[in-house]
Design a protein around this ligand. Structure first.
Ligand code: NAP
Ligand code: MG
Length: 486
């Protein structure tokens, strides 16, 4: 039995503190019961956190370090998470709903970011630009200062790790706004920051309502850079606030990512892509494979296989699934579950066929059946809008041009995939799919090393990989006039 601490505070300027806006209940989505309470930050708490981060930044205590020393601290934070995985993972499952084995994968993924960006810390090098004998010119990269990071509830640990590790490795200080559904596990980043000896105020972690604390943080005039992952609507609000202060932001928004399955594809192997692509984390993944566009000649076989995959999954409370296996947990909340259910029933009203699942599960908790929808036309809402749940939309195509047209037919462009044995077709499709990431013959191929981000309404800027480092630094050019004496 995991017992969860009943009340969790915010971490501001190295001190655990109550929230000016009171407390909020955090629910266990697998039961609907209250799990714990979380302090809610108000505008004054946000102010204290930003001032603390700014003070540490201006002191130079982080930014003046030799990068290898910052890198070692960042790496040690990752090791701290792994050392505490047995404490963190159950709390993550209880607040978010995912199976315990998935929660462990998430903590390991989070640790991996600290390993990777810790390693990258000393690779951020400038260059020398020749200006003739009378000058020496070089560039250097400096941290922006205070990095504000607004975190979503689907991967609260991994998303914080992704931006926090890169920000610290490059010498920024950080204020994190955790999501109100899943704020608890972010506390371990504060423990980790203390354990590795980061100065008080370098990492601040607070929960508050999006429209209050989140809005105050993203509009704060002393925030120097913003990273946001979440919905398009909130992304637009944050980018607008960033524009008012003329600070850069990275937006990692949603998607309706499509796998194109060619006539020659290995459909047996593709079952694995279905399992991970749309049912991992109950489909609450921004780059989920939420559409499959399959050649008409293979449509029925694919639907049969997809139906079997969906029906093979047991849906149950995440704590009952400690080991990897064919199981899925609750969605994050009843509201998200009901939203998914509503989208599916709207689709059915306009002609969609339910090949598997399709309904909420009659069990206390935010459970939804693994769902496969067919009979769709590309103009239906369900084929264009993000469900953010375990719902796959299957469409079919007759010719290659049509497949690409359907794949590119939504406002999004986060990921795309192509499944075929034909390298020419794979390369052409990869070139024509408008998305920041294309998977060939394996959905989610890649890792922390590979850049990730959106085309179109899926956002801008890149997280992961070396690309992400440049979100956190600004270029300075230094030109020196040399007086000739020799
Ligand atoms: P959201 O509103 O975009 O929430 C993401 C984060 O932004 C949360 O921390 C949220 O705080 C905060 N926030 C909300 N309004 C804000 C504002 N005006 N200024 C600053 N921060 C603000 O997303 P959601 O409401 O949780 O979910 C809605 C939909 O977003 C989902 O159905 C899904 O389609 C999409 N989504 C996408 C991703 C992704 O990875 N791409 C992740 C999560 C959600 P609160 O927690 O207080 O709301
Ligand atoms: Mg919200």
């Amino acid at each position: 039995m995991t017992t969860v601490k009943l009340y969790w505070q915010n971490y501001i300027d190295g001190t655990w503190s109550d929230g000016g806006a009171g407390r909020i209940d955090v629910h266990n989505p697998a039961s609907g019961e209250v799990l714990a309470q979380q302090a809610l930050a108000d505008v004054a708490d946000v102010e204290r956190a930003v001032q603390a981060a700014r003070r540490v930044h201006l002191s130079g205590v982080l930014s003046d370090l030799r990068p290898v020393e910052r890198g070692r601290m960042v790496q040690a934070m990752g090791r701290y998470l792994l050392d505490h995985i047995d404490e963190i993972a159950p709390v993550l499952t209880l607040e978010q709903g995912k199976p315990l084995w998935e929660a462990r994968i998430e903590v390991e993924g989070a640790a991996r970011y600290f390993e990777y960006y810790g390693n990258q810390a000393e690779t951020v090098e400038g260059r020398s630009i020749p200006l003739g004998a009378g000058y020496c010119d070089f560039t250097s990269y400096e941290p922006f200062g205070v990095s504000a990071q607004v975190i979503p509830w689907n991967y609260p640990i991994e998303m914080t790790a992704r931006s926090l590790s890169a920000a610290l490795a490059t010498g920024n200080t950080v204020v994190i706004k955790t999501p109100e559904f899943t704020p608890l596990t972010n506390a371990w980043f504060a423990y980790a920051a203390e354990a590795v000896g980061l100065p008080k105020g370098a990492v601040n972690i607070l929960c508050g309502l999006g429209h209050e604390a989140g809005a105050a943080l993203s509009a704060h005039p002393q925030v120097n850079q913003i990273v946001f992952t979440g919905s398009v609507q909130t992304g637009v609000a944050i980018a607008t606030a960033a524009a008012q202060n003329v600070v850069p932001c990275v937006l990692e928004l949603g998607g309706k990512s499509a796998a194109i399955v060619h006539e020659d594809a290995d459909l047996e192997a593709f079952e694995n892509d279905l399992r991970w692509g749309i049912f991992f984390n109950a489909g609450q993944v921004c780059s989920a494979m939420s559409r499959v566009i399959v050649h008409a000649n293979r449509h029925d076989e694919l639907v049969e296989r997809a139906t079997n995959v969906a029906n093979s999954l047991t849906v149950r409370p995440g704590m009952e699934s400690p080991e990897f296996g064919p199981n899925m947990g609750a969605m994050v909340s009843h509201a998200q579950r009901d939203r998914a259910a509503g989208m599916v029933s709207e689709a059915v009203k306009v002609g969609a066929k339910v090949a598997a699942g399709g309904s909420a599960i009659d069990h206390p908790g935010a459970f939804f059946e693994p769902t496969i929808l067919t009979g769709l036309s590309p103009d239906m809402a369900i084929a264009n809008e993000e469900v953010f749940g375990p719902v796959l939309s299957v469409l079919s195509f007759e010719n290659d041009a049509q497949a690409i047209e359907i794949a590119n037919g939504t406002p999004y462009g986060l990921a795309g995939g192509v499944f075929t044995r034909d390298i020419d077709w794979a390369m052409q499709a990869a070139q024509k799919i408008r998305a920041g990431q294309v998977f060939v013959n394996e959905w989610y191929a890649g890792g922390v090393e590979t850049p990730f981000g959106g085309y179109g309404k899926s956002g801008y800027g890149r997280e992961k990989g070396r690309e992400a480092l440049w979100n956190y630094v600004q270029t300075k050019n230094i030109a020196i006039k040399i007086k000739g004496k020799i």
